[in-house]
Ligand binder design. Structure first.
Ligand code: URA
Length: 236
Protein backbone atom coordinates (compact mmCIF):
# COMPACT_ATOMS: atom_id res chain seq x y z
CA UNK A 1 0.00 0.00 0.00
CA UNK A 2 1.30 3.45 -0.93
CA UNK A 3 0.12 7.00 -0.37
CA UNK A 4 -1.79 8.51 -3.28
CA UNK A 5 0.44 11.61 -3.41
CA UNK A 6 3.54 9.40 -3.62
CA UNK A 7 2.02 7.21 -6.34
CA UNK A 8 0.90 10.12 -8.51
CA UNK A 9 4.10 12.13 -8.12
CA UNK A 10 6.11 9.00 -8.98
CA UNK A 11 4.79 9.33 -12.54
CA UNK A 12 6.78 12.56 -12.87
CA UNK A 13 3.68 14.35 -14.12
CA UNK A 14 2.83 16.23 -10.93
CA UNK A 15 4.71 17.39 -7.86
CA UNK A 16 3.38 16.38 -4.44
CA UNK A 17 2.05 19.93 -4.03
CA UNK A 18 0.18 19.70 -7.33
CA UNK A 19 -1.26 16.34 -6.31
CA UNK A 20 -2.54 17.88 -3.06
CA UNK A 21 -4.25 20.59 -5.10
CA UNK A 22 -5.76 18.07 -7.53
CA UNK A 23 -7.15 16.07 -4.61
CA UNK A 24 -8.57 19.23 -3.00
CA UNK A 25 -10.31 20.06 -6.26
CA UNK A 26 -11.82 16.55 -6.38
CA UNK A 27 -10.06 15.70 -9.63
CA UNK A 28 -8.47 12.47 -8.36
CA UNK A 29 -10.61 9.32 -8.26
CA UNK A 30 -9.45 6.21 -6.42
CA UNK A 31 -11.53 3.26 -7.62
CA UNK A 32 -14.21 5.67 -8.79
CA UNK A 33 -14.44 7.60 -5.52
CA UNK A 34 -12.90 11.08 -5.05
CA UNK A 35 -9.67 10.71 -3.08
CA UNK A 36 -10.12 12.07 0.43
CA UNK A 37 -6.55 13.04 1.29
CA UNK A 38 -2.97 12.86 -0.07
CA UNK A 39 -2.06 10.35 2.63
CA UNK A 40 -4.86 7.95 1.68
CA UNK A 41 -3.24 4.62 0.81
CA UNK A 42 -4.00 2.13 -1.90
CA UNK A 43 -2.44 -0.84 -3.64
CA UNK A 44 -1.51 0.26 -7.19
CA UNK A 45 -1.56 -3.38 -8.36
CA UNK A 46 -5.31 -3.68 -7.77
CA UNK A 47 -6.70 -0.15 -7.57
CA UNK A 48 -7.43 2.28 -10.37
CA UNK A 49 -6.38 5.92 -10.10
CA UNK A 50 -7.85 8.53 -12.42
CA UNK A 51 -7.01 12.22 -12.78
CA UNK A 52 -9.58 14.31 -14.65
CA UNK A 53 -11.13 11.04 -15.85
CA UNK A 54 -7.90 9.68 -17.35
CA UNK A 55 -6.48 6.48 -15.90
CA UNK A 56 -2.95 6.97 -14.59
CA UNK A 57 -0.56 4.06 -15.04
CA UNK A 58 1.44 3.52 -11.88
CA UNK A 59 4.71 1.68 -12.36
CA UNK A 60 6.91 0.08 -9.76
CA UNK A 61 9.89 1.87 -11.30
CA UNK A 62 10.45 4.88 -13.50
CA UNK A 63 12.14 4.60 -16.90
CA UNK A 64 13.06 7.78 -18.74
CA UNK A 65 14.61 8.09 -22.19
CA UNK A 66 16.69 11.23 -22.66
CA UNK A 67 18.37 12.65 -25.72
CA UNK A 68 21.48 13.70 -23.82
CA UNK A 69 22.94 16.94 -25.09
CA UNK A 70 26.71 17.45 -25.35
CA UNK A 71 28.23 19.37 -22.42
CA UNK A 72 26.32 17.65 -19.62
CA UNK A 73 27.69 14.97 -17.27
CA UNK A 74 26.13 11.47 -17.10
CA UNK A 75 25.99 11.60 -13.32
CA UNK A 76 23.41 12.18 -10.62
CA UNK A 77 25.14 15.18 -9.07
CA UNK A 78 28.27 17.24 -9.38
CA UNK A 79 29.38 20.26 -7.33
CA UNK A 80 30.38 22.31 -10.36
CA UNK A 81 28.97 20.91 -13.59
CA UNK A 82 25.47 20.38 -14.92
CA UNK A 83 24.35 16.74 -14.87
CA UNK A 84 21.61 14.91 -16.77
CA UNK A 85 19.56 14.88 -13.53
CA UNK A 86 19.58 18.70 -13.59
CA UNK A 87 17.67 18.50 -16.89
CA UNK A 88 14.74 16.69 -15.25
CA UNK A 89 11.90 18.41 -13.37
CA UNK A 90 11.93 18.10 -9.55
CA UNK A 91 9.16 15.45 -9.56
CA UNK A 92 11.55 13.11 -11.41
CA UNK A 93 14.63 14.13 -9.49
CA UNK A 94 13.09 13.01 -6.21
CA UNK A 95 12.71 9.44 -7.45
CA UNK A 96 16.30 8.32 -7.17
CA UNK A 97 16.89 8.05 -10.91
CA UNK A 98 20.39 7.39 -12.17
CA UNK A 99 21.85 7.02 -15.68
CA UNK A 100 21.91 3.39 -16.81
CA UNK A 101 25.29 3.40 -18.53
CA UNK A 102 27.29 6.52 -19.18
CA UNK A 103 27.99 8.74 -22.12
CA UNK A 104 31.03 11.04 -22.10
CA UNK A 105 30.39 14.72 -21.34
CA UNK A 106 30.79 15.65 -25.02
CA UNK A 107 28.71 12.67 -26.27
CA UNK A 108 25.03 12.89 -27.14
CA UNK A 109 22.04 10.71 -27.68
CA UNK A 110 20.20 7.87 -26.01
CA UNK A 111 20.49 7.79 -22.25
CA UNK A 112 18.22 5.66 -20.10
CA UNK A 113 17.55 6.92 -16.59
CA UNK A 114 15.85 4.67 -14.08
CA UNK A 115 15.59 3.71 -10.43
CA UNK A 116 15.39 -0.01 -11.29
CA UNK A 117 18.78 -1.21 -10.07
CA UNK A 118 18.22 -4.83 -11.15
CA UNK A 119 17.48 -3.76 -14.71
CA UNK A 120 20.57 -1.53 -14.77
CA UNK A 121 22.65 -4.47 -13.62
CA UNK A 122 21.22 -6.73 -16.33
CA UNK A 123 21.66 -4.16 -19.12
CA UNK A 124 25.23 -3.30 -18.12
CA UNK A 125 26.53 -6.72 -17.17
CA UNK A 126 29.19 -7.76 -19.73
CA UNK A 127 27.84 -11.30 -19.79
CA UNK A 128 24.51 -10.11 -21.20
CA UNK A 129 26.15 -8.57 -24.32
CA UNK A 130 23.62 -5.79 -24.83
CA UNK A 131 24.61 -4.19 -28.15
CA UNK A 132 24.94 -0.42 -28.31
CA UNK A 133 24.94 1.46 -31.60
CA UNK A 134 26.58 4.88 -32.01
CA UNK A 135 26.68 7.37 -34.84
CA UNK A 136 30.14 8.93 -35.16
CA UNK A 137 31.76 11.61 -37.27
CA UNK A 138 35.53 11.53 -37.62
CA UNK A 139 38.26 13.97 -38.69
CA UNK A 140 39.16 11.77 -41.65
CA UNK A 141 37.22 9.23 -43.68
CA UNK A 142 37.40 5.75 -42.18
CA UNK A 143 38.30 2.94 -44.56
CA UNK A 144 37.59 -0.75 -45.18
CA UNK A 145 40.93 -1.39 -43.37
CA UNK A 146 39.60 0.39 -40.27
CA UNK A 147 36.43 -1.66 -40.64
CA UNK A 148 38.47 -4.90 -40.72
CA UNK A 149 40.44 -3.81 -37.63
CA UNK A 150 37.22 -3.08 -35.69
CA UNK A 151 35.81 -6.45 -36.80
CA UNK A 152 38.90 -8.25 -35.60
CA UNK A 153 38.96 -6.53 -32.19
CA UNK A 154 41.25 -3.60 -31.50
CA UNK A 155 43.96 -3.63 -28.84
CA UNK A 156 44.24 -0.16 -27.33
CA UNK A 157 47.53 1.69 -26.73
CA UNK A 158 47.57 0.59 -23.05
CA UNK A 159 47.18 -3.07 -24.05
CA UNK A 160 43.42 -3.33 -23.35
CA UNK A 161 41.85 -5.81 -25.76
CA UNK A 162 38.45 -4.82 -27.16
CA UNK A 163 35.91 -7.30 -28.44
CA UNK A 164 35.19 -7.27 -32.18
CA UNK A 165 32.97 -4.27 -33.02
CA UNK A 166 30.84 -3.34 -36.01
CA UNK A 167 31.85 -0.37 -38.18
CA UNK A 168 29.41 0.56 -40.92
CA UNK A 169 30.75 3.38 -43.10
CA UNK A 170 28.28 6.05 -44.15
CA UNK A 171 28.49 8.64 -46.91
CA UNK A 172 32.07 9.70 -47.63
CA UNK A 173 33.36 7.56 -44.73
CA UNK A 174 33.76 10.38 -42.22
CA UNK A 175 30.49 9.22 -40.73
CA UNK A 176 29.84 5.72 -39.47
CA UNK A 177 27.75 3.52 -37.21
CA UNK A 178 29.70 1.67 -34.55
CA UNK A 179 28.23 -1.34 -32.76
CA UNK A 180 29.79 -2.22 -29.41
CA UNK A 181 29.11 -5.38 -27.42
CA UNK A 182 30.77 -4.02 -24.27
CA UNK A 183 31.36 -0.64 -22.66
CA UNK A 184 34.90 0.36 -21.82
CA UNK A 185 35.92 3.88 -20.80
CA UNK A 186 36.01 6.21 -23.87
CA UNK A 187 35.95 3.05 -25.93
CA UNK A 188 35.00 4.39 -29.35
CA UNK A 189 37.29 7.39 -29.08
CA UNK A 190 40.20 5.18 -28.06
CA UNK A 191 39.50 2.53 -30.72
CA UNK A 192 39.30 5.24 -33.36
CA UNK A 193 42.47 6.92 -32.04
CA UNK A 194 44.31 3.60 -32.36
CA UNK A 195 43.53 3.84 -36.10
CA UNK A 196 45.00 7.36 -36.24
CA UNK A 197 41.66 9.19 -36.49
CA UNK A 198 39.72 11.35 -34.04
CA UNK A 199 36.01 11.31 -33.19
CA UNK A 200 34.44 14.77 -33.68
CA UNK A 201 30.88 13.78 -32.83
CA UNK A 202 29.44 10.77 -31.01
CA UNK A 203 25.76 10.07 -30.56
CA UNK A 204 24.24 6.89 -29.12
CA UNK A 205 21.37 5.63 -31.23
CA UNK A 206 20.34 2.44 -29.44
CA UNK A 207 20.95 0.17 -26.50
CA UNK A 208 19.58 -3.34 -26.97
CA UNK A 209 15.98 -3.00 -28.15
CA UNK A 210 15.73 0.60 -26.97
CA UNK A 211 16.08 3.09 -29.83
CA UNK A 212 16.46 6.87 -29.44
CA UNK A 213 13.20 8.62 -30.20
CA UNK A 214 14.36 11.09 -32.86
CA UNK A 215 11.49 13.43 -32.02
CA UNK A 216 13.32 14.24 -28.75
CA UNK A 217 15.49 17.32 -29.18
CA UNK A 218 18.82 17.44 -27.29
CA UNK A 219 18.00 17.79 -23.60
CA UNK A 220 14.44 16.49 -24.00
CA UNK A 221 13.16 13.30 -22.39
CA UNK A 222 10.06 11.16 -22.10
CA UNK A 223 8.86 8.15 -20.16
CA UNK A 224 9.34 4.80 -21.90
CA UNK A 225 6.19 3.23 -23.31
CA UNK A 226 4.92 0.02 -21.73
CA UNK A 227 6.20 -1.88 -24.75
CA UNK A 228 9.68 -0.37 -24.44
CA UNK A 229 9.77 -1.19 -20.73
CA UNK A 230 8.85 -4.82 -21.24
CA UNK A 231 11.22 -5.26 -24.20
CA UNK A 232 14.23 -4.14 -22.15
CA UNK A 233 13.12 -6.36 -19.28
CA UNK A 234 11.85 -3.61 -16.96
CA UNK A 235 8.92 -3.95 -14.55
CA UNK A 236 5.55 -2.65 -15.64
N1 URA B 1 32.59 5.54 -26.53
C1 URA B 1 33.17 6.73 -26.25
O1 URA B 1 34.33 6.97 -26.54
N2 URA B 1 32.40 7.66 -25.62
C2 URA B 1 31.11 7.47 -25.28
O2 URA B 1 30.47 8.37 -24.72
C3 URA B 1 30.53 6.23 -25.60
C4 URA B 1 31.29 5.27 -26.23
Amino acid sequence: MERIDKLLSSTGRWSRREVRQLIKEGRVLADGVPAAAPEQKLDPAVSCLRVDGEEVMIRAYTYVMMNKPAGVLSATEDPRQRTVLDLLPPAFRRQGLFPVGRLDKDSEGLLLLSNDGALAHRLLSPKNHVDKVYYIRTDRPLTPEDQAAFAQGITLADGTACLPAGLELLGAGDEALVTLHEGKFHQIKRMTASRGAAVCRLKRISMGTLVLDESLKPGEFRLLSGQEVSKIGGKL
